[in-house]
Design a protein around this ligand. Structure first.
Ligand SMILES: *[C@@H]1O[C@H](CO)[C@@H](O)[C@H](O)[C@H]1NC(C)=O
Ligand SMILES: [Cu+2]
Length: 233
């Protein structure tokens, strides 16, 4: 007997395959996962989950040019842990960077994040072993948490995650960027000077050795994480 339950299970799994990939719709603040697209600007791909592949496009910043809806701003203490949570396991092999930028108008919700204003606060790179293996510690996680640097000046910031999926990265434009921007109000900060500062887009050309590479053959002997060094405060 052909079960209609089985048929719908098969159809659902085809649909899941077609709409595979993922987004980062939530922050993790004080240990709690925020509702989807509340403190994170809703991205163009909120339904398709599709990546950005053009590192020079306007959507490379916050991937929200088609939606441009304001989000809430979560208050977080300098030195505390925050995170981004995905809408499903981040199953593609790849690496993670998190950047922050301080809203010069003091209002993250109305700021577009333009200019050389972004600094890196966190990364998860690849692990190589002289050409015998390459592994991706960020792979298959549901969320990524990190500490807001203790000496960051108080104020409102955009915080942007990118997971760079590298399974098809051997040709130019093949790396897939899964991006979103949250809004945070940092309290209890210090007198640090975050840097180096970069523009997004602008930070990458797409030909960096950590963005355009074949992760399968030959197995890379080393891996160079894209972007500036992490500012830890
Ligand atoms: C940000 O934090 C400051 C200090 O606690 C507070 O006065 C302000 O209302 C907060 N702003 C937002 C948007 O949460
Ligand atoms: Cu995908």
């Amino acid at each position: 007997m052909f079960s209609s339950k089985l048929l719908s299970a098969v159809l659902v799994s085809f649909a899941a395959l077609a709409s595979a990939h993922y987004t980062f719709p939530s922050l993790i603040v004080n240990g709690a996962v925020t509702p989807a697209w509340a403190d994170v600007r809703q991205t163009n791909n909120f339904e398709s989950n599709a990546p950005v592949t053009d590192v020079t496009s306007a959507d490379f910043r916050c991937y929200n040019t088609a939606i441009n809806a304001p989000a809430l701003t979560a208050t977080v203490a300098a030195g505390s842990s925050i995170g981004f949570q995905a809408n499903g396991a981040v199953y593609h092999p790849g690496v993670v960077n998190v950047y922050m930028a301080k809203a010069p108008n003091g209002n993250a919700a109305t700021w577009d994040g333009s200019g050389a204003v972004w600094f890196k606060v966190y990364q998860i790179s690849a692990v190589t072993n002289g050409g015998s293996s390459i592994t991706f510690p960020a792979q298959n996680a549901l969320s990524y948490s990190f500490n807001i640097p203790k000496s960051i000046p108080s104020g409102q910031y955009l915080v942007r995650i990118e997971q760079i999926a590298l399974h098809a990265a051997s040709t130019f434009g093949g790396a897939q960027f899964y991006i979103s921007c949250g809004q945070v109000n940092v309290t209890g900060g210090g007198n640090g000077t975050p840097g180096p500062l970069v523009s997004i887009p602008g930070v990458y050309t797409g030909t960096e050795p950590g963005i355009m590479l074949n992760i399968y053959y030959p197995v890379p002997t080393s891996y160079v994480q894209p972007g500036p060094v992490v500012w830890s405060g």
